[in-house]
Write a protein that binds this ligand. Structure first.
Ligand SMILES: C[S@@+](CC[C@H](N)C(=O)[O-])C[C@H]1O[C@@H](n2cnc3c(N)ncnc32)[C@H](O)[C@@H]1O
Length: 694
């Protein structure tokens, strides 16, 4: 219906329009229009409210008959829109509109109240002011829907009640009391049931374990984003860690609040919609205070019908199998921040450069972690265990009559001395918690050092300094190799290390560069291999290859650690890796996984991953059939004396060698061949026992 108003009022409206519309702040922008709820209009300068009042008068609409005002940004036009259930329905329907064409001076009224399929409103929060009390609730609903990709269609496809209902139905969603729920019935299309991927867990998930192992859960709040059935969260809470979990299906009501640590565990790989996948990653990272862990399924672990960039399984779940390089690139592209690969399919993304560099420095200081289990109270910067030889040496040292300063402050001085040995230098005041107490007790760091009852303390500190020099070199070299942008933000402790061990920053970088290049020179690598083998840290074979147990990685000479670090950039060390093999002549690193390496006297090679640094290629060795898998001979030579049952293993190795069953240490014949050789030699094996056949 059209109504004409008197010309003077239209002229006044035209004159007021441009200036008043320029005042608009906020509201929802769609194409060339801005939509504002009347409450937001009222919060603007009086001119905008006055304009709307003039428009309402011209349209002969009473105050309160409309809820939303739409302003044309390019063409002078105002529409007064009635959404009577604006605050009561998640997607209120338009009941009536009065559109004022200001240039023509006419009003068009359209009634939608009796229509079966009226236009509806989404993202209501955008029409309200930031402070409006209902805004957070509306925002949460929008985010929930975005997570499922509900808005990934053109607006004409979601703009009416029926079309929107079809979209929700397609996605298997229902909105109930302002929350997004996943319906139990399989939706018509696409039939993806993301929540069905969630499994019940009897132990912490791999990403949570890694966070705990690296000490990142200590004193941290945790948000498990896409927590599934919530078993991780329950375990953390039980261990006293303040953790909450949100999941669009299992825990939609839990508020997604910022936390120090956010875990996005095995979520990205179950989201079939690329835009929603990207939003989940951004959403999780937006809440991170310190670190985000991202875990995905890696390629080659399942099958299904092709769908988008992944597969749909028989259970109507979606899986996108990433490659290691792909997930790293994806995270870097979406977040604009380089992730740190931690394990296969697992990345950490730090909030700040400083946090990233602290972690990298700590990673080099503590390549050996508790691989057997989870210690939730893991210290923030794990202290390397004293080597057995060091322990022996310390125990054997004759102790002079103890100076009284030591006697009186034994615990304090021991704690300080441990810190010295860990850091390879005397800690600065802010690097030792009880520094003030120490100074009060003994006067100075120099006196504290003199009070120690260890005649070899200078040598010990020099050895520790050597080790730390190696750590810092490896850390800087890997930073250079990875071209990490965060490198400009070296943490204060690292800066002090550089000063203490390598001189200036420039000299340290030169030193690190040289160490990195050494990895490409086989003769320099061979030197490192020889020194590692001489120190009993690994075994050098006749062909020059060098094999060592993963627990000895952090003690290897820097070129070897750098080489492994470079390989890790292409393929993180598998969690179940037992031995690492360096092939200096080929520029290759292999990760070897055995069947029960810990308990078997002759472990069987189960899997082998090889990273060729010259060709930048990762290769998985074809698995042998179980009966032809090769055995590892001489296990005691590859581990150190602290390894469980070391002495029993060493005796076993001697005995089996003595009977002539094998001649070289390392990977040898299969179980089948060994058994026939042993029979010929009149021998049988029972666990660690080598028995003569009667
Ligand atoms: C494989 S489960 C992983 C659950 C849990 N993180 C774990 O490791 O046990 C994937 C979970 O992601 C949830 N999910 C689906 N879409 C999501 C989204 N857009 N944002 C966050 N989580 C989502 C599913 O409901 C499901 O519970």
């Amino acid at each position: 219906m059209k109504s004409l108003a008197d010309a003077a009022s239209w002229t006044a409206l035209r004159e007021a329009y441009t200036a008043a519309v320029a005042l608009i702040g906020g509201g929802k922008r769609v194409a060339d229009h801005s939509y504002l709820h009347v409450s937001l209009v009222q919060e603007h300068d009086g001119a905008l409210e006055q304009l709307v009042a003039q428009a309402a008068a011209l349209a002969t609409v009473t105050d309160g008959a409309f809820d939303v005002v739409r302003f044309g940004r390019r063409t002078p036009e105002i529409a007064l829109l009635a959404y009577p259930r604006f605050f009561d329905e998640p997607f209120p329907a338009l009941a009536c509109s009065w559109r004022l064409d200001i240039l023509k001076g006419e009003v068009i009224r359209t009634d939608f109240a009796d229509r079966n399929n009226p236009p509806i409103l989404h993202r209501k929060e955008l029409l309200l002011s930031d402070e409006h009390p209902r805004r957070p609730e509306f925002e949460a609903l929008t985010r929930g829907l975005e997570d499922y990709g509900a808005f990934d269609r053109p607006s004409w496809l979601i703009g009416t009640r029926a079309a929107w209902a079809a979209v929700l139905d397609d996605l298997g969603l229902r909105v109930d009391d302002g929350h997004v729920l996943v319906t139990e019935q399989p939706p018509s299309s696409p039939q993806i049931q993301r929540h069905r991927t969630a499994i019940a867990r009897s132990k912490l998930s791999a990403p949570m374990q890694a966070l705990a192992r690296w000490g990142l859960l200590k004193n941290a709040t945790v948000l498990d984003y896409g927590c599934g059935r919530g078993d991780d969260v329950r375990a953390l809470v039980q261990a006293g860690i303040p953790a909450i979990g949100w999941d669009p299906h299992f825990a939609p009501d839990v508020p997604r609040e910022p936390a120090d640590v956010v875990n996005l565990g095995f979520v990205l790989n179950v989201i079939e919609n690329p835009a929603a996948r990207c939003r989940a990653l951004e959403g999780a990272y937006s809440l991170v205070g310190h670190v985000l862990s991202v875990a995905v399924m890696l390629e080659g672990k399942g099958t299904g019908r092709a769908h988008g960039d992944g597969v749909v399984t028989k259970r109507q779940t979606f899986q996108k199998y990433f490659s290691q390089a792909e997930i790293s690139r994806y995270v870097a592209d979406v977040l604009g921040r380089e992730p740190v690969p931690v394990a296969p399919g697992l990345l950490f993304v730090f909030r700040t450069d400083e946090a990233e560099q602290s972690f990298l420095a700590c990673k080099q200081r503590s390549a050996v972690l508790d691989r057997d289990g989870l210690d939730l109270a893991f210290p923030a910067a794990p202290r390397p265990a004293r080597s057995a030889s060091e322990r022996k040496r310390r125990a054997a040292e004759p102790r002079p009559p103890k100076p009284s300063a030591y006697e009186a402050n034994r615990d304090l001085l021991e704690a300080w001395w441990s810190a010295c040995l860990e850091m390879g230098r005397v800690p600065d005041p802010d690097e030792f918690d009880d520094y003030d107490t120490l100074i009060d007790a003994v006067g100075s760091a120099k006196r504290a050092f003199a009070a120690l009852p260890y005649p070899n303390r200078d040598t010990q500190l020099a050895e520790a300094a050597d080790r730390r020099r190696g750590d810092v070199t490896v850390y800087l070299a890997l930073n250079l190799f990875e071209r990490r942008r965060s490198m400009t933000a070296l943490p204060p402790t690292v800066q002090r290390d550089i000063k203490a061990f390598l001189g200036s920053h420039k000299a340290a970088l030169e030193h690190a560069k040289a160490a990195l290049f050494a990895v490409g020179a086989s003769e320099r690598l061979t030197e490192a291999v020889d020194s590692g083998a001489a120190a009993g840290l690994g075994v050098k074979a006749a062909d020059g290859d060098y094999t060592f147990h993963i627990d000895n990685l952090s003690r290897q000479p820097p070129p070897i650690r750098i080489m492994v670090g470079c390989a890790e950039r292409l393929e993180p060390i598998p969690e179940d890796c037992d031995l690492i093999k360096i092939h200096p002549a080929e520029g290759r690193v292999s990760f070897l996984m055995f069947d029960d390496f810990l308990n078997k006297p002759l472990p069987t090679l189960r899997r082998r991953l090889s990273v060729n640094l010259r060709k930048l290629r990762v290769q998985e060795g074809e698995p042998d059939p179980p009966e032809h898998r090769r055995l590892l001979f001489g296990k005691s030579r590859f581990v150190n004396q602290g390894f469980p049952r070391y002495d029993t293993q060493a005796r076993f190795d001697e005995r089996i060698k003595a009977v002539g069953a094998y001649f070289t240490e390392g990977l040898g014949v299969s179980q089948v061949t060994l058994t026939s050789r042993l029979i010929t030699a009149g021998i049988t094996l029972n666990g660690y026992k080598v028995l003569r056949l009667k």
